[in-house]
Write a protein that binds this ligand. Structure first.
Ligand code: PEP
Ligand code: MN
Length: 298
């Protein structure tokens, strides 16, 4: 009970104590808000709201060209696509294979031909060197959130990083992982809410549940930009638009949206990506909504 007494109503959140702020997560909860600059006109955490879009995996050059064209049409500047993929289950459809270094070569061409910035996930230390040559932002996937050796090595590149919250982790744990990166000297860090595992998720209606409340909670306590990934949270394309709009209203600093020219043919998670038409509508509406929250979609 002694500890309980020390907590006052001024505590920033229920499970993070004032002592945590001082001794465990001082860097990630600094009072000075961080703006993570990616390029001359693009940053997370200020008045812009960048959208990162692309397929789940870098399946082929044609796919990435098709996607890149759509991003250009919608004035979106960051393309995503993983060439190294963490998989929940070891069995795969015959068409699926990781494109790995070949996928990174494709991304190099996309950068050159379309002037887009690239986000891709680093799943293992042995891939870091190759990925670092191409990616403008390194993603740490939810499954690796607390893989400390990996995340510290990724931090040491000094590249901007997206750290995804593990679907079973508290905000305290997420900030603990963020603290490791910041302590490594890399403050180009963006946090990502991508849904939690909650008891109902064994049902076919939902895989994870987007913790919309995590967005204002993180914005309140942390100095870091917070982005939202409604695609991986819902696993279900029809819900992605409403969760996107809710994330904007909740104060997110950016979004990750999975898209594919023919979602049914996506090698992984085909229920999840928006098609190009749906993506266009989502961008149009997001632009209108973000104005209400003093943010500009780019
Ligand atoms: C992804 O971005 O493709 C991905 C696998 O995300 P998460 O780590 O959130 O599952
Ligand atoms: Mn994915």
């Amino acid at each position: 009970m002694k500890n309980v007494k020390k907590l006052s109503n001024k505590e920033p959140t229920k499970d993070i104590s004032r002592d945590d702020l001082k001794s465990k997560i001082p860097l990630s909860t600094s009072k000075k808000k961080r703006i993570v600059k990616i390029s001359k006109n693009l940053s997370f955490g200020g008045d812009k709201l960048p959208i990162i879009a692309g397929p789940n995996g870098v399946e082929s050059k044609k796919l990435m060209i098709d996607v890149a064209k759509q991003l250009k049409k919608n004035n979106i500047h960051i393309i995503r696509g993983h060439a190294y993929k963490p998989l929940t289950f070891p069995y795969r459809s015959k068409q699926y294979s990781e494109s790995r270094d070949k996928g990174m070569d494709i991304m190099d061409e996309i950068k050159k031909d379309f002037g887009l910035l690239v986000v891709t996930e680093v799943t293992e230390l042995r891939f870091l060197e190759r990925i670092n040559k191409t990616a403008d932002i390194l993603q740490i996937g939810s499954r690796n959130m607390q893989n400390l050796e990996l995340i510290k090595k990724i931090a040491s590149t000094n590249k901007p990083i997206i750290l995804k919250r593990h679907f079973g982790s508290s905000i305290r744990d997420l900030l603990g992982a963020a603290e490791h990166i910041l302590l490594e000297g890399n403050s180009n860090l963006i946090l990502c809410e991508r849904g939690m595992s909650i008891p109902h998720t064994h049902r076919s209606t939902s895989r994870f549940a987007l913790d919309i409340q995590a967005i204002p909670a993180l914005k309140e306590i942390s100095c870091l930009p917070v982005i939202s990934d409604p695609s991986h949270a819902s696993f279900w394309a029809p819900w992605v638009p409403s969760l996107t709009y809710a994330s904007i209203a909740a104060g997110c600093d950016g979004l990750i949206i999975e898209i594919h020219p023919n979602p049914k043919k996506s090698h992984v998670d085909p229920l999840q990506p928006l098609n190009f038409n749906q993506f266009k509508q989502l961008i149009t509406k997001s632009k209108k909504i973000s104005i209400l929250f003093n943010k500009k979609i780019i």
